[in-house]
Write a protein that binds this ligand. Structure first.
Ligand code: MN
Length: 227
């Protein structure tokens, strides 16, 4: 019998609407998946191969509080639809990809934009800008059995009551099924993996005291206070 030699770290979870917890194994995030955001970040909105980065599973946070992180003075919100997988595999065809989806939640890909920008310039990895403590605020997870597949509908973020980000899920350059299929060619996907599916335009900085209200049609909204 295996015996851990240090206290066993907790498995991060996302609370499920109606009860229960979804255990998180990996967190994949796609970059530049809405044309208008690609343009605002200086990229080409024509469809190129997608690119992904990761956050740590324990960066996911459902407390409704976002402690402003150290070593940055330009922390941005990125509003995203989170897709949670109940199963996975390798080389999943697009036609079968959606059968692996367990559910959806509203999420935020909080980003130390200044640090990410420095790393980009130097051709270095992005973790310092993306994968820091509590950088993935998340709302309640809803099973696809109740929501149906979310491939269209309004996605919106208000900061202090004012709309800063808005778009429609049908504006994703790479659709959820395509992301699952693509990822599964490079990684073995499995139950507990989640995908943050990119942000519409309007990303911007937050400061302590701000209140972010994120919503996607059909899901519980997410309210997060910057502390
Ligand atoms: Mn993002």
């Amino acid at each position: 019998m295996t015996k851990h030699v240090i206290p066993t770290p907790a498995i991060p979870t996302i609370p499920v609407a109606g009860g229960g917890e979804f255990p998180v194994r990996r967190v994949y995030c796609i970059g530049r998946n809405y044309a208008a955001h690609t343009i605002e970040m200086g990229g080409d909105p024509n469809r190129e191969a997608p690119f992904f980065f990761q956050k740590n599973p324990n960066n996911i946070d459902a407390t409704g509080e976002f402690p402003y992180p150290p070593h940055s003075s330009d922390v941005h919100h990125e509003l995203e639809l989170l897709v949670a997988l109940k199963s996975g595999g390798n080389n999943i065809p697009i036609s079968e990809a959606m059968s692996h989806v367990w559910g959806y939640a509203v999420s935020l890909d909080m980003t130390r934009r200044d640090l990410q920008g420095e790393q980009k310039k130097l051709g270095r990895p992005w973790e310092i800008g993306k994968a820091f403590e509590r950088s993935g605020p998340v709302g309640l997870l809803h099973p696809v059995s109740e929501t149906g597949f979310l491939d269209k509908g309004r996605i919106e973020l208000k900061v202090n009551g004012k709309v800063t980000q808005e778009g429609d899920l049908d504006q994703m350059i790479w659709k959820v099924a395509e992301m699952i299929s693509y990822l599964s060619e490079y990684f073995e996907l499995a139950a507990g993996d989640v995908i943050m599916s990119g942000t519409p335009s309007g990303v911007g900085a937050v400061v302590r005291g701000d209140v972010m209200e994120a919503s996607v049609v059909g899901l519980s909204s997410l309210t997060v206070r910057v502390t």
